[in-house]
Design a protein around this ligand. Structure first.
Ligand code: GLY
Ligand code: MN
Ligand code: MN
Length: 444
């Protein structure tokens, strides 16, 4: 089944108009005349001629769906058509970037260059009048990225509000991910190794590791307790009790970030716990609404997860006391989620306003990546979890609260690793749009 692509010819011009208006304001804030964005340069491994995988500057792919164009530049001057300085090197060793094509091309003046150094002649003369966004290694003949804070603060903050075009991209990225999650689940049910499940996932997305928005987490059994487990066991375990998969997909530079947890047919006690976390997660997703404080939702999640720990017999104290005494933090030791878009952990999750500032995390929650109040157009992940992590359980065992924990029950669950359920959710003027659940429904 092919995933339907949206009408990008129609969606792109208003997106571009929004970016131009934002750039106009960002330039005004910083006192600059031109916005210049470096796509980036290939970085080479020490003493070697092998480049690291190229990751394009997110500011570049915001303007156009080009993710594989090292050495290219974008120039925007208010009131003028944006210019793309596009590097197509004379090179018979590598595949050179494709000729520009598609719905976005007519909106740019495009200059093709054959050598990276030629770009300088097509960039504004006076570098001091430019907000130049990029990494230091993109510098060219005195034209050096300055990444001015006033311009970046404005652009990053505004990037939280996705355009209709961006949401369309993210719907496709979600569908590609959900389809591959189905293939991975089937591979788990068939008893395959982590490595083979990973291959099944890649085959279903038709994306390589480097094209995915982040490294897949494919964790069988107790590996699910390693929050960012990125090993891949080559042999299947003797008994695969559980499977935690955190894997996304990319579309035109936009990410999806999806986690599901499965139990084997015999693991009914773990299956019941997954169902409880799943029901709680759906409840949190329905609260992705304008005016909702994200850190308050994170704290609310701690209370609900404490209730689950109690209902399932892991703890005997009240849910309130479990949160207060940081018992839930041992089982749910990460944040509820983060902004997502051009980057899987998108910018501006802590930003107080479009002129900067930081909204601090609530005390005792050092890994929360989003402290803003939700507003229409924002996309966030909602990814609660419950884990059985040896290191954190050992610390918990040394606390007074340990006496109100059923350690026999906890120990019996260590073999399952943990549970995480993660969806990408759009805050709208009304009901939230759950990109992930919609994508799974479409995948059948
Ligand atoms: N996949 C990384 C995360 O969920 O944040
Ligand atoms: Mn995430
Ligand atoms: Mn994830």
């Amino acid at each position: 089944m092919d995933i339907q692509h949206p009408d990008l010819h129609q969606l792109y011009p208003p997106h571009l108009s929004t970016l131009k208006a934002r750039a106009d304001k960002a330039l005004l804030r910083g006192g600059f005349d031109h916005l210049v964005v470096a796509a980036g340069q290939a970085a080479y491994q020490f003493l070697d001629d092998r480049p690291y995988p190229f990751a394009v500057n997110p500011h570049f792919k915001h303007w156009l769906p080009v993710t594989k164009a090292p050495g290219s530049w974008l120039v925007y001057t208010p009131g003028r058509k944006p210019k793309l300085v596009y590097l197509q090197p004379h090179d018979y060793w590598h595949v050179v970037p494709e000729a520009p094509a598609g719905y976005w091309v007519e909106h740019f003046d495009i200059v093709i260059i054959r050598d990276a150094k030629e770009a300088r002649a097509h960039l504004p003369n006076d570098a001091a009048r430019c907000a130049i966004l990029g990494e230091a290694n993109a510098a060219l003949d005195g034209f050096t990225p300055n990444n001015p804070a006033a311009a970046l603060d404005y652009l990053h903050y505004q990037r939280s509000y996705k355009t209709a075009y961006e949401l369309a991209m993210m719907r496709v990225a979600s569908k590609l991910g959900a389809r591959a999650h189905r293939a991975a689940e089937a591979a788990f049910r068939a008893g395959e190794s982590e490595f083979d499940i990973h291959l099944a996932y890649l085959a279903a997305t038709r994306q390589t590791d480097n094209e995915l928005p982040y490294g897949n987490i494919i964790a069988l059994n107790e590996h699910g307790a390693v929050l960012h487990y990125t090993e891949l066991g080559h042999a299947p375990p003797a008994h695969a009790h559980s499977f935690l998969i955190d894997a996304g997909a990319s579309f035109h530079g936009y990410a999806s970030d999806i986690t599901r947890t499965y139990a084997s047919a015999e693991a009914s006690e773990f299956s019941a716990l997954i169902d409880a976390v799943d029901a709680a997660q759906r409840g949190f997703c329905t609260k992705v609404r304008a005016g909702q404080s994200y850190p308050e939702l994170h704290i609310h999640a701690h209370h609900v997860l404490a209730g689950i720990l109690k209902d399932h017999g892991f703890i005997r104290m009240s849910a309130e006391s479990a949160v207060e005494n940081r018992v839930t933090s041992a089982f749910f030791p990460h944040g509820l989620g983060h902004p997502i878009g051009l980057q899987v952990h998108d910018v501006a999750g802590f930003q107080a306003s479009d002129s900067g500032g930081t909204i601090p995390r609530p005390a005792g929650h050092p890994y929360l990546r989003m402290t803003r109040v939700l507003e229409p157009g924002m996309v966030v992940t909602i990814e609660p979890g419950l884990y059985f992590i040896d290191m954190l359980l050992a610390e918990l065992k040394a606390k007074p609260a340990a006496k109100d924990i059923d350690w026999t029950k906890v120990d019996a669950f260590r073999k399952y690793g943990g549970i995480r359920i993660e969806d990408d959710v759009v805050c709208t003027d009304g009901e939230p749009e759950n990109l992930t659940r919609d994508a799974f429904a479409a995948a059948g």
